[in-house]
Design a protein around this ligand. Structure first.
Ligand code: ZN
Length: 90
């Protein structure tokens, strides 16, 4: 995660917003036309999915490589699905 700084973490209306500043991955990528932090998106998806014990969908709405001042990820719960085999874990 390097020098990532999480500035914002809030959960309301079923959405979690995570803002990452000084994202070394995005800085290294340089200028692109679309959010490029697929690694971080997968990371947050897995983390929040585990924490909430349900499937979530993560979208990077802002990205430093796109020229935004920070990267921002919006994570919403998938209402229709539940994480499988939740009962099998200890
Ligand atoms: Zn990004």
């Amino acid at each position: 995660m390097g020098a990532c700084q999480i500035r914002k973490y809030e959960e309301n209306k079923g959405a979690v917003v995570i803002r990452v500043e000084n994202n070394p991955l995005a800085i290294a990528l340089g200028k692109t036309d679309e959010p490029m932090c697929h690694y971080l998106r997968a990371y947050w998806t897995g983390l929040v999915s585990e924490a909430l014990e349900r499937e979530v969908e993560c979208t990077e709405t802002r990205c430093m490589s796109k020229g935004d001042p920070h990267c921002e990820f919006v994570i919403v719960k998938q209402a229709s699905k539940q994480v499988a085999n939740g009962n099998d874990r200890n």
